[in-house]
Unconditional design. Structure first.
Length: 121
């Protein structure tokens, strides 16, 4: 009798949870979330995958110390090796090597484009 208790209990749990799982999976939205990720219910949808593929730009924030600023190429390099393209209208005169900064940036493919650079505490 004891040898059948565990398998029967497991089978009962699986049978009882199957309808709940099926209901929650089918009720998921086919929309993307605000951060550009796809909910688990849309992974098989071709249109959602195409939408994500076309939206390759995402925003990020990082902090670090300035290693160098190249005004000729509008490049900011941090001591951790990250390189950012600065907008041409951004003034770099207030930034100094060794200064700790917070960089907000967008990624587009492999390039990182700074949207703001401010002193970090």
């Amino acid at each position: 009798m004891r040898s059948l208790t565990l398998p029967l209990t497991l089978a009962a749990c699986l049978i009882a949870s199957a309808p709940a799982f099926a209901a929650s999976s089918s009720s998921m939205s086919n929309d993307t979330t605000s951060k550009g990720t796809v909910s688990a219910g849309t992974m098989s949808s071709g249109s959602a995958a195409k939408h994500l593929a076309s939206n390759k730009t995402s925003s990020h924030v990082t902090t670090g110390k300035i290693k160098s600023i190249d005004t000729a190429t509008n490049m900011l390099t941090l001591t951790n090796g990250k390189k950012f393209t600065l907008p041409s209208e951004m003034t770099t005169s207030s930034l100094k090597s060794g200064e700790r900064v917070k960089v907000s940036y967008r990624t587009s493919g492999k390039s990182m484009e700074a949207t703001s650079v401010v002193a970090a505490k």
